[in-house]
Design a protein around this ligand. Sequence first.
Ligand SMILES: Cc1ncc(COP(=O)(O)O)c(C=O)c1O
Length: 409
Amino acid sequence: MNRIYLDNAATTPVRREVFEAMVPYLTDKFGNPSSIHSYGREARAALDRAREQVATAIGATPEEIIFTAGGSEADNLAIKGTALSMRGRKSHVITSAVEHHAVLHPVEALEKLGFSTTVLPVDSEGMVDPDDVRRAITPETFLISIMYANNEVGTIQPIEEISQIAREAGVLFHTDAVQAVGHIPVDVGSLGVDMLSLSGHKFYGPKGVGALYVRRGVRPTPLLEGGAQERKRRAGTENMAGIVGMGAAIELAVGELEEMLACEEMLRDKLIRGLIQRIPDVKLNGHPTRRLPNNVNISFLYVEGESLLLNLDMQGIAASSGSACTSGSLAPSHVLIAMGIPHEVAHGSVRMTLGRYTQEADIDKVLNVMPGIVDKLREMSPVYVKTECGIKDICAQAHACDVAQPCGE
Ligand SMILES: Cc1ncc(COP(=O)(O)O)c(C=O)c1O
């Protein structure tokens, strides 16, 4: 069966050109960039070039890039590193309820260490209100961390507005741009951010490598200490193949960004429109227009997202759900809950994220198989009964020809 991959927000495959750029740094060119001999110098040159590629892609200078072991480490460095540098001076951090756990958990860790935190709410489309940010700032605030684009629902935050508020208040601003880089234009200058996280495997580079952009003059305390790598900001022998791969991947992604963006948007909108037209009782999650070009997140009412995913998988379609199986219980996504989506609706949500290998035929296949799968699952659902006029929700008041018992009886 021809498999269809619609989980590009989870990870992307390493593209062929990237793989080929990486191989020499695992084999012949295996030197340590800190060594002074020719092997070392060869590696150092590749490290410098990759740093230049990453910097150029986001409008930074090479000295402002710290390579890390991925997006999570970049977020941790921005948050915990800045907190450590401010210890004894300022004590308050602001973030939002829809951040990735790589931001939320470090913020929670700071709270346990005695810092105070404000987790801002979002509206029903997942947007942070810049006025809420302004109101949350206190004389103790040293950091605001708001993501650029949400990994679950694709909502793009008003980063320029928030950065201006931060700047006026003299507060540092970090954005987790892991889902944005390589997909939408990212320029640290026009965004006005002090720190920005990115991750190689979200734009057809390898896993386990990322970077934190740190504006000149900003100094988060290193989390990893040891050697003098990364100008003493992150110790450890560099992941050369990974870094070279990420450099090549970001250059390629940014080079074809406009074309990819237009193509993904076209397919995304076809998928959203098609699902809404063909299936009753569905709801698009996230902002209708301010959203990532590759993100579709839909709640299918009266359906379990996990069952839908398994059925899609049987058809060779890989997607993801808004629920995470945590310690045996299905916890609905914290993002959907923060957007005020009821638990039962959140449970029926499915995320499909397109990528550079997605074809129009893939979207057609999803549109062909999805109505049948949803119908089948609804027929099996205890909260749905079939009447003469089709499948009806026995809990909903709105259905005119509902002949079933009301809920709870
Ligand atoms: C928004 C966001 N931040 C951070 C991360 C973590 O990145 P990594 O997997 O490179 O640690 C992810 C990965 O899913 C993400 O989507």
